[in-house]
Write a protein that binds this ligand. Structure first.
Ligand code: BG6
Length: 457
């Protein structure tokens, strides 16, 4: 039996824009997702936009009971900035009533709410002023964060500022998967820095406000493994880690920006605009804990052609062909549970053994109805095997001394996912898109047993 630490958090994660629905109702103003869908619905898988969610705005009471039914003791969702502060300044009282009731409902079902503030949903009014490219967004976010601490601080013990900040940077400013879908490395770096400062000011306001509880951030981590032990490939793997992981981990946990990152950016004329006190503020406002979203590793090799100054991350490292690796045949991502052990040790050895949890881990599956049995249940043995293997590696990391306090799956109920819509299913509960009905999958039954044992057999 592999037993996890006492009071381990077992749960699942989702975000407001992927679960609430009611995108233009109850006083909410549009986010970039609502607007982008209005402008270009064809970009979204099967033309399904952000209105096509599991409608938790209306169903949170029953859904909290469903969490309780499989013994989840924690759940992460986010607050929609555009619902709480539709114009950035005025508090929407309907949103306050909704979130207070939602968080209370979770708590009364034995589910600890972990509340995140930003999950890719930039308000449209702020986007029109430049979004994360504009310094104004930093102060606007800090105001929003402080409003949340004031309004919900009595119900929330664990706060996080951003989900996967690197994803909105690269998807919005390098690869075209999020609005504004531009390809500009210099802008991407400025956006990354403003995001870091927005996070930092939110932490500062939390600490100065002496709110009870703790504050952290959720980062996506894809440990980078080199193709060979050649000097060039090793260096490419280090650069990939530096740019994708350490660029947020170091400042948020250690309070410093890596020297080699600053040198690299300077050598490529990519240094962002920084205000006088910024670095000092970063130093003083580190997090209490971190969440790590892990899905798959990054396999990298030295770049074949290099622009100087660099125009894209491909000038620092390249991904190489994964053939020979274990691949999720239903989503195309590599399955490499061992990376979770490596993450656990990295946090222990390089990041002060800070308290952390796995804030997302899961297996996306396309056309999952093919695994439905005659009773209507999805027999997702593949997902059970996936989680079992990842949990075993996590357990090994904890045994080695890593300070991990929880594991959240992505996700609870199949969810709408940005441009991919419902292409990949991840939930413990299947969502029937015809009637919003939720049906527990085999993995949900299995997870309940894991929670009950607080461990793996
Ligand atoms: C995570 C994000 O990285 O990946 C989620 O935090 C997202 O918001 C999830 O839904 C799954 O992505 P996809 O593209 O497989 O549906």
């Amino acid at each position: 039996m592999k037993t996890f630490p006492k009071d381990f958090l077992w749960g699942a994660a989702i975000s407001a824009p992927q679960s609430e629905g009611h995108g233009s109702l109850n006083g909410k103003s549009p986010s970039t997702w609502d607007k982008w869908y209005e402008m270009n619905p064809e970009k979204f898988s099967k033309n399904q936009g952000p209105e096509h969610t599991s409608n938790m705005y209306e169903t949170y009471c029953e859904d909290a009971k469903r969490m309780n039914a499989i013994h989840l003791n924690s759940f992460r969702t986010s607050i929609a900035w555009t619902r709480l502060l539709p114009d950035g300044k005025t508090v929407n009282s309907e949103a306050v009533a909704f979130y207070r009731s939602y968080f209370n409902e979770l708590r009364s079902n034995g589910v600890k709410p972990i509340i995140n503030l930003f999950h890719f949903d930039m308000p449209w009014w702020l986007m029109k002023k430049g979004g994360w490219e504009a310094r104004e967004s930093v102060e606007a976010f800090a105001f929003y964060a402080n409003t949340c601490f004031e309004l919900f601080g009595d119900l929330v013990e664990l706060w996080t500022t951003f989900n996967e900040p690197m994803v909105h940077v690269e998807c919005g400013y390098l690869y075209g998967y999020h609005y504004p879908a531009i390809h500009d490395l210099k802008k991407a770096i400025q956006v990354g820095f403003h995001t870091l400062m927005a996070h930092t000011l939110a932490v500062k306001s939390f600490k100065e406000g002496k709110y009870s509880g703790q504050i952290g951030i959720i980062l996506n981590v894809s440990p980078c493994y080199p193709k060979s032990q050649s000097k060039e490939d090793l260096e490419a793997a280090q650069l990939a880690d530096l740019l994708n992981t350490k660029s947020f981990l170091d400042p948020t946990v250690l309070g410093t920006i890596p020297e080699n990152l600053i040198e690299l950016l300077a050598a490529n004329e990519l240094l962002p605009k920084v205000e006088t006190n910024d670095l000092n503020t970063i130093k003083k406002n580190t997090v209490d804990f971190i969440g790590m979203n892990y899905y798959q590793p990054r396999r990298v090799q030295a770049p074949t052609k290099i622009n100087q100054p660099a125009l894209s991350p491909a000038d620092f490292y390249e991904h190489y062909d994964w053939s020979g690796k274990k691949i999720n045949p239903y989503r195309g991502w590599e399955i490499y549970p061992e990376a979770l052990y490596d993450v656990a040790l990295m946090i222990k050895n390089e990041y002060k053994n800070i308290a952390w949890y796995v804030s997302e881990n899961g297996m996306g599956v396309a056309d999952e109805e093919r695994f439905m049995d005659q009773t209507g249940m999805i027999q997702d043995d593949y997902r059970i095997e996936f989680m079992q293997e990842h949990l075993a590696q996590l357990h090994k990391g904890i045994e080695a001394g890593s300070n991990c306090f929880g594991y959240h799956s992505w996700t609870f109920i199949d969810c709408w996912s940005w441009l991919n819509g419902y292409k990949n299913r991840y939930g413990f509960y299947r969502l029937d898109l015809e009637n919003d009905q939720r049906t527990l999958k085999q993995s949900g039954h299995w997870f309940k047993e894991v929670v009950d044992r607080n461990g793996l057999i």
